[in-house]
Design a protein around this ligand. Structure first.
Ligand SMILES: Nc1ncnc2c1ncn2[C@@H]1O[C@H](COP(=O)(O)OP(=O)(O)O)[C@@H](O)[C@H]1O
Ligand SMILES: [Mg+2]
Length: 315
């Protein structure tokens, strides 16, 4: 039973569609990477899963998490869904912690609030175990540190530990390594991979195909509010069908692979959501575009667990 976002559309009350047709799916024990440039609607679709969108936005489409529909939940049910079923890790670890409280206190707060432990002592013991699981060195001491005592990478591990506080089935991590340096980034990714191998389903939001290559099992590529291509990591990386996916892959620097190639950039930028399109939103930036791409949104080609929306896919 997966976490599924189906045909999501999110618009403002004045009618601007921020997300037009987005779908993605995460199975337990797997990492699905949700990839796209800034402004493609990744964060909005992730916040929709937790029913956390600001009030100025309205949603149509469905989110189904192990048969539960979070968009229909209210009050206590919604609160327990948020930590016990699906937890969230944000891009900037600084925004996850209150600077005035010890880190450990904050890691265990959800499990106390949600009645997962019978005493404060048990919570502290589990909190230290969680820090250890997230590879925080000296977890016993770190538990009592204040956020400003910790480096960015360490703080992000603590944020993952906090997200695991109520043993959720799924974790949504929104660019969890974007604010960190490369070495720390790798360690956080390895931690996420290990957690997924132990059964957690992870939606990993990123704009970086390097991250995808490192840890993803499945990939969903988003552009300007649409899911434009999806498949297993191997399928998408080795034979991208959508020119946008191909372009993103070609923009990713590679250091270790023997085959040298020139780093490219995709010309132009993601269109503003207020810009209306009849055809393919990637048309103005696409090197393969023809007249029809301007006129019609390309039909989705659906294959087994794989798909794309392009009139002139890569061979
Ligand atoms: N509350 C909001 N009201 C109006 N527009 C918004 C709001 N939140 C995000 N947007 C716009 O929606 C688009 C998609 O945003 P977002 O999901 O944050 O993109 P991504 O995470 O892929 O970078 C962006 O153009 C952004 O400016
Ligand atoms: Mg974002």
């Amino acid at each position: 039973m997966p976490l599924e976002v189906k045909d999501l559309e999110v618009s403002t009350f004045n009618g601007t569609k921020l997300v037009k047709k987005v779908f993605w799916k995460v199975n337990r024990g797997e990492i699905s990477a949700i990839v796209g440039e800034s402004g493609s609607g990744k964060s909005i679709s992730a916040l929709t899963v937790l029913n956390l969108l600001p009030e100025n936005l309205k949603v149509s489409g469905k989110v189904i998490v192990d048969k539960i529909e979070p968009l229909k939940l209210k009050g206590k049910e919604l609160l327990s869904f948020r930590w016990e079923k699906v937890a969230f890790v944000f891009q900037d670890p600084n925004s996850s912690f209150n600077p005035l409280l010890q880190v450990g206190e904050q890691v265990i707060e959800p499990m106390i609030y949600h009645g997962k432990v019978s005493s404060k002592e048990e919570a502290v013991r589990r909190g230290i175990e969680l820090l250890e699981l997230c590879q925080v060195p000296n977890p016993r001491e770190r538990f009592f540190s204040y956020p400003h005592h910790l480096s960015g990478g360490l703080k992000q591990r603590c944020a993952v530990a906090m997200a695991l506080s109520c043993s959720p089935s799924y974790l949504i991590a929104d660019e969890p390594t974007t604010a960190l340096d490369a070495t720390v980034q790798k360690k956080i990714l390895m931690l996420l991979k290990e957690l997924s191998l132990n059964g957690l389903g992870i939606a990993l939001i990123t704009h970086d195909f390097g991250v995808v290559e490192e840890v993803a099992d499945k990939v969903f590529v988003m552009y300007a509010g649409y899911t434009v291509e999806w498949g297993s990591k191997e399928e998408v990386l080795n034979s991208p069908k959508h020119p946008y996916t191909k372009g993103l892959i070609e923009c990713t620097p590679k250091l270790s692979k023997a085959k040298k190639r020139k780093l490219k950039a995709i010309p132009g930028s993601v269109p503003e959501p207020s810009k209306e399109f009849k055809g393919c939103p990637f048309y103005p930036r696409c090197f393969k575009a023809k007249e029809i791409c301007k006129e019609e949104f390309p039909p989705y080609t659906l294959l087994d667990g794989r798909g794309y929306a392009c009139f002139f896919p890569e061979p």
